[in-house]
Each structure stands twice: as C-alpha cells, then as structure tokens.
Write a protein that binds this ligand. Sequence first.
Ligand SMILES: Cc1cc2nc3c(=O)[nH]c(=O)nc-3n(C[C@H](O)[C@H](O)[C@H](O)COP(=O)(O)OP(=O)(O)OC[C@H]3O[C@@H](n4cnc5c(N)ncnc54)[C@H](O)[C@@H]3O)c2cc1C
Length: 408
Amino acid sequence: MATNKLIIIGGGAAGLMAAVTAYEKKLPALLLERRHRPGLKLLLCGNNRCNISHDASAAKMLQDYGTPVGEFLKAAITAFPPDRLREWFARMGLSTIVKRDRIYPKTENSDDVLHCFLDIMREEQIPYVLNCPVKCVAKENDIFTITTENGLFFQSEKVLIATGGFSYPKTGSVGDGQRIAAELNHSIIDPLPGLAGVDCEDRLLAFQSETDIPDVAVTVLAAGRPVARTRGNILCTGSILRGSAIFDATRAIARQKLTEFSIQLDFCPALSTPPENLSRLPLPPALVSRLAKKPSWVKSYNLQILGIRPLKEAIVSVGGVSLEEINPETMESKILPGLYFAGEVMDIDGPTGGYNLHAAFATARLAIDSMTCVKKAKTMPQRPASKPPRPQSPRERYGDPRKLSRRW
Ligand SMILES: Cc1cc2nc3c(=O)[nH]c(=O)nc-3n(C[C@H](O)[C@H](O)[C@H](O)COP(=O)(O)OP(=O)(O)OC[C@H]3O[C@@H](n4cnc5c(N)ncnc54)[C@H](O)[C@@H]3O)c2cc1C
C-alpha cells in the first residue's frame, strides 16, 4: 500500500482550506470526507451568505474569542488575520465585502465560497474521496493507518483531523474526530451548545409572527452577579429566541459551564434612561405598547427562560479536543507526533460574526505551514508562475453558481 504524505480527515471549512494550502506548499495530500458532498455546513453559514471572517485586527479578534481560546489561537490568527484572509480569497478569485464589520463573499452567496475551494481542487487535481467516513486512526512505526467505515485502508506519514464539532450532524459533523482523538489518548471536553437559541415562556416577547428586535443588551447573571454581557439583535420566533445577543450569551454560559443563571435584557442599551416617548425606540410596536405598562422593564427585564436549545441545533459546539494537548504554534498533538488538528474539532469557538469560520481557516493554514516548516507565512504564498491569474469570481467563470450547485 502506498504511503501518503498527508491525509486530511474532513472536508469542511478547515479541511478544504488545509487541502488547498497543502497544494500551495507542494505537500501532496489526500482528503477523506464522510458525506457525499464536502462543505455542507459551509453552505449553511450566515443564512447562506457565509460570514467568512470579521473585519478587525488580529489583536481585537483574539480579545473577542476570550480566554482560553484567544490565547490558543494567537499564532494562527496572527499569521492569517482577516486582511490576509481577504487577500488570499481575492487571489483565489473570490472578492469579499464588509457589512457591519462582517466579511462576506461579494456575492453574499455561500455557494461561491465552496466553489472557490472546489474549483481549485478540480483544476489542480487535488484528490479527495467522498462517502468515506473514517472509523479509526492508528500509528505504528511512524506510519498512520486510517481505516474507513466502508472497509478502505490508507497509510500516511501525517494526519490532520478536521472533522468539525457536534452541531448540525446532518452536515457530517457527528463527533467522529473527538472519538478518534480520544482513542489516541487525547482528552475531550464534553460538548455544550454554543451560539444557540433559548426556549422561554415569556409573554413580553411572544409575537404572532417572527419579530426582530435589532439592538438589545443581554446580561447573564450567576448567583445574582453579572458574568457576561452581549449586545445585538434578538429574533423572536414563537417561544424560541435567537439572534446574535442571545447566541453570544449562550456561548458565554457554555464557556463558563453555568448550570444556574438568569438573563436580563436592556431594550435601549444606547441610552442611560428610557426616553419619555417609547415609540422613538427602534422596537416593534407590539413590544412598545407592552413596555409602556411598566417602563422600568425597558432598561431591565428578567427573561423567563426554560432552557437552551439542544446541541444539534447550535451554531457551534463549545468543547472538543483539549487545547492543553495541542501545540498552539503548530496545531500538532503533544501526545502523538504527526497528528494535527484544525477547526471546530478542537475546544475552540468564537462569538457570532465570522469568528468560527476564521478560526477554522486560520488553524488549517497554521497546521499545513508548520508541517512544511514555514512557521509563520511572512509573505503571501504565490500560485505557481506558470498558472494564469484566476478570473475574478466563480460567477464570472461559470455564470450563476446557484445553477452550478444544482449539478453538484
Ligand atoms: C447554521 C450555521 C450557520 C453558521 N454560520 C456561520 C457564519 O456565518 N460564520 C462563521 O464564522 N461560522 C458559522 N457557523 C459555524 C461554522 O460553520 C463552523 O464553525 C465551521 O464550519 C467549522 O469548520 P470545520 O471545518 O471545523 O467543521 P465542519 O465545517 O463541520 O466540517 C467538518 C467536515 O468533516 C466531515 N467529517 C466528519 N466526520 C468525518 C469522518 N469520520 N470521516 C471523514 N469526514 C468526516 C464532515 O462531514 C464535514 O464535512 C455556522 C454554523 C451553522 C451550523
């Protein structure tokens, strides 16, 4: 059996970036993907608009990830900050735009991000195998043997696990990478739903149709003390609340492993006191008339919540392969040399706004950079000189990508 240089397990955001980066670095790699299509979760991102990163400095991003994720991601994000990510995608033919600090493909269509990767993989003949769920990984005499659920065997000098977290399991991220890592003696932090909705029994926020409250501050309290504050929108759908303010609050709850907590809302965070005329606030009229009955609720309302929505519905899982056992400068296992990790399979997560895809892309690049002994890319890697520059966008090359995606 031929021994591969590198096998990448998982063809999501991290695995696809790893495969293309390995090609750039002239490291032959084979990607194995569980599902019949790669990048299924990538397609869902940002309501199919794909918020690929956040328009901020590396330092600000690291601060926003918080402890311990920010410390762990320092080398990865410093080497591949948002402006470099935008440059990289532009060179690959995908222009990007910024909307309210969030970076999207210019077409605001997640198909284009996936096709950006798949076009390169097809054009450069980067090999990948679909319908190929990896069952286990073993290492003997410096060589990894990778066994798949459908009875195939592969050998490789290095392995990168990029199998994602536990949420949206239909996209293929079912926790396999964490199980494989545990079998290879890694510790796994139990997953909890992060960036999840909450169930509530709250008449104040019960509306007949889906209603968006654009700017709310959420304070999470534990034992009566504030432990996290988030700000953003709240989307009320029946008895379920979602939106960035709620999502970021549930991530904080999961990170701090809070079992007992309460949530307080401030419906006019921009003002220290509510205006006399509440209808001046950017609030739905039905909410304004309910708040008018008790104006003190405008600045401080205790939300009656029943619980957090389940992990399978969360945007990210908080938990995964313990960061203590991964070298943050290289993404290599401290336990088993030659084994690397990228993306959400690790105990990394970020707030809403492109932080999670950015972390997947940046950790994948760092893993490949370190395998090819380039610690930090000082200059942007160039495509081989013989290749003509890529046209500006997949849409330019092939027409409407939505039509293209139907063929795939
Ligand atoms: C609805 C939704 C919207 C989101 N929107 C955004 C957004 O706009 N911006 C943002 O930053 N983040 C967003 N996220 C989060 C983001 O999608 C994830 O953090 C990111 O995709 C993680 O990338 P990953 O490569 O680590 O994992 P994934 O993208 O989940 O990819 C893992 C891949 O590994 C494969 N795999 C799993 N097990 C095996 C196995 N045994 N063998 C072979 N292959 C395997 C899976 O099939 C999958 O293709 C969103 C998430 C969801 C669910």
